[in-house]
Design a protein around this ligand. Structure first.
Ligand SMILES: *Cc1c(COP(=O)(O)O)cnc(C)c1O
Length: 494
C-alpha cells in the first residue's frame, strides 16, 4: 500500500515515509488508492479486544510495518498509560452510547493517536535509516499540543515544538502544556487564533531555506497534527472496537448498521470513521457535529466551503476551527482520486477563502454524512440535561455531539456519540452549565466544586497541575514562530 499527495499522484511513498514527513511536499495530504481494497474480518473483530483490532487496522493501513513492529507499537501505546484495559469504553447515555476516548494520560481523545505516533515514527526512523533528528512542529487548538508533548517527551531522536493560541484555551489546557517536562520540548503561545497558528506552521513546513538550514544539522521537520497518516490510522480502531462492544453486549448483530456522531474540528476524527466504513465496518451515518464555527455544517448543507467569516471563541475550543484540513482527504475520495480537482479547490480556498463542490458530489457525500451544530447555550443545556436526566458528566465537546445527535430522529438504530475529553479539562464551563456561579473562581476552584457537587473524581494528572512548575511562559507573534522553531532545533539537537 503506497501513499501519495491528494494534489498529485506522481510520487508514491511508503506508509513509513508518509508518517515521517507528515505532509506531502506540495502541501497535500497523504492518501492511498488502496483504501478499502482489503477489509477487516468483522466476525473476528467482534470477537477480539482492543489490542488485536488495533493490530488488524494498523496492519491493513500501514502494511510496510511488520506484524512484530505493529504488535510492539500497539502494546506500548495502550498499556497502563490508559486508566482502563478497555482503552475506549462504551457507556450509556439515555438511549444512545458514549464512546469514552479520554482515558489516556492527557484526558482527551488525541492520546489514542499520539501515544502511538511516536512509536510509529521511531520504527520508521530505524528502518529508513534516518540518522538525524525529527522535530515535530504542531499547532494546537488546545488538546493536540499536550497530547503531542506527552507522547514525544524524551523520545530519543525527536523533539516537539507546540504553538497554542494564547488566551483561547482553558486554564487547565494551558497549564498542561506550559508545565510539560522533558529535555526535547518547546512550547509557546501565539498572538492569534488556532487557524493563524496552523497557517504559520504550514508555511514553516513549506519554507525551503529553513529546510536546508536544518538539513545541514541533520534535522527534518514533521507534523503531529491530524494531517499525519500516523494520527489518522490509530483512530480507525475505536470505531471497530465500539462496534465490537455493541455486539458483545447483544445490542447489535454483526452486520447491522450503527450511526456515529462526532464532535468535529479538523475533520480528523470523523474521517477515521469514514476509513472504518471503507474497511468494512457497517457504519450507517456519520454525523458531523460543529459548534458555532459551523463551517462544516454550512458546507454539507450548501456545497460551498466558506471560511470568510468571523472566528468565534466557544466553550468547545478544540473545535474552534475554520479550515478543516482533513476534509481534503475526503474530497480526494469523493472525486475518485481527482488530484487536479482537489488541488484546484485547495488553491481557491487559500486564494479566496471559498470553493464549491458540484451537486452530484455533495449528494454522494450526504449518502454517508449528516451534520448539525450547537451554540454555546445549547451545549450548556445538553451538559445540564445529561447530568440531571442521566447522571452522566460530559465535557462541552462531547455535549456538542450529544446535542446534535439528540435532535435527530432515532430510527431504531444504535447510535454512538464520540466523547472526546474528560469534563475536568473544562471544569469552569461545565460547572457553569450545571447552573453554578463561577465568577472569580479559577480552574482549580471549579474543579474542586465540580467534584463536591457530582462525586465524580477529577483525574489525578489534572488536579496535580495546581502545584506544577511553569516551564514555558513564552508568548510570541506569528512572525516569530519560525525563529522559535529554529532555536528549539538548535537547542534539542545541539
Ligand atoms: C481535537 C478535538 C476535537 C476535534 O477533533 P478533530 O479530529 O479535529 O475533528 C473534538 N473534541 C476534542 C476534545 C478535541 O480535543
Amino acid at each position: 500500500m503506497f501513499y501519495h499527495s491528494t494534489r498529485d499522484a506522481g510520487d508514491s511513498v511508503t506508509s513509513k515515509q508518509a508518517i515521517l514527513t507528515g505532509i506531502a511536499p506540495d502541501g497535500g495530504l497523504y492518501v492511498s488508492d488502496q483504501l478499502g481494497a482489503s477489509r477487516l474480518d468483522l466476525g473476528r473483530v467482534c470477537a477480539q479486544g482492543y489490542h488485536a483490532t488495533a493490530c488488524d487496522v494498523l496492519g491493513t493501513l500501514l502494511p510496510d510495518y511488520t506484524a512484530d513492529e505493529v504488535r510492539s507499537c500497539v502494546a506500548g501505546a495502550y498499556a497502563d498509560n490508559f486508566d482502563t484495559p478497555a482503552v475506549t469504553p462504551l457507556t450509556p447515555l439515555g438511549q444512545d452510547w458514549l464512546l469514552e476516548l479520554w482515558h489516556g494520560p492527557t484526558c482527551a481523545f488525541k492520546d489514542v493517536a499520539l501515544q502511538m505516533l511516536p512509536r510509529l515514527m521511531s520504527v520508521a526512523r530505524a528502518s529508513e535509516g534516518t540518522a538525524g533528528g525529527v522535530m515535530i512542529v504542531t499547532a494546537t487548538s488546545g488538546d493536540t499540543g499536550k497530547a503531542a508533548l506527552d507522547g514525544f517527551a524524551d523520545v530519543p531522536g525527536t523533539g516537539v515544538t507546540v504553538f497554542y493560541p494564547a488566551g483561547k484555551v482553558s486554564d487547565v489546557q494551558r497549564l498542561q502544556m506550559v508545565t510539560q517536562r522533558g529535555a526535547n520540548v518547546a512550547v509557546a503561545g501565539i498572538r492569534g487564533t488556532f487557524d493563524d497558528a496552523q497557517t504559520q506552521v504550514k508555511r514553516i513546513f513549506a519554507n525551503q531555506a529553513l529546510a536546508e538550514r536544518l538539513a545541514a544539522r541533520g534535522v527534518v521537520l514533521s507534523s503531529a497534527n491530524s494531517i499525519n497518516v500516523g494520527r489518522l490510522v490509530p483512530q480507525v480502531t475505536y470505531y471497530f472496537d465500539a462496534y465490537a462492544q455493541l455486539v458483545k453486549a447483544g445490542r447489535v448483530a454483526a452486520g447491522d448498521p450503527v450511526d456515529f456522531c462526532v464532535p468535529t474540528g479538523n475533520f480528523g476524527d470523523v474521517l477515521a470513521g469514514y476509513y472504518a466504513k471503507r474497511l468494512g465496518l457497517p457504519v450507517g451515518t456519520l454525523i458531523v457535529a460543529s459548534n458555532t464555527n459551523k463551517v462544516l455544517t454550512d458546507f454539507i448543507e450548501t456545497g460551498t466551503y466558506d471560511r470568510r467569516r468571523d472566528f468565534v471563541k466557544t466553550i468547545s475550543p478544540s473545535m474552534d476551527i475554520l479550515v478543516s484540513s482533513n476534509l481534503e482527504r475526503l474530497l480526494y475520495y469523493l472525486t475518485d482520486g481527482d488530484c487536479e480537482q482537489v488541488a484546484s479547490w485547495m488553491g481557491q480556498l487559500s486564494a479566496t477563502g471559498t470553493y464549491t463542490l458540484p451537486s452530484h458530489l455533495m449528494d454522494r457525500m450526504r449518502e454517508t454524512f449528516a451534520c448539525g451544530f450547537a451554540t454555546d447555550d445549547q451545549t450548556r443545556a445538553t451538559i445540564r440535561s445529561a447530568w440531571d436526566d442521566h447522571g452522566v458528566l460530559i465535557d462541552p465537546h462531547t455535549a456538542v455531539g450529544a446535542c446534535v445527535l439528540g435532535r435527530l430522529p432515532h430510527e431504531g438504530r444504535e447510535r454512538v456519540c464520540l466523547s472526546t475529553a474528560n469534563p475536568y479539562k473544562f471544569s469552569a464551563d461545565v460547572l457553569a452549565a450545571l447552573g453554578h456561579d463561577v465568577d472569580g473562581l479559577d480552574g482549580f476552584a471549579c474543579m474542586d466544586q465540580l467534584e463536591r457537587l457530582t462525586g465524580v473524581p477529577a483525574p489525578r494528572q489534572l488536579s496535580a497541575l495546581r502545584t506544577a512548575e511553569v516551564r514555558h511562559p513564552d508568548v510570541c507573534d506569528q512572525d516569530e514562530m519560525l525563529g522559535f522553531v529554529e532555536s528549539a532545533c538548535a537547542r534539542v539537537f545541539a
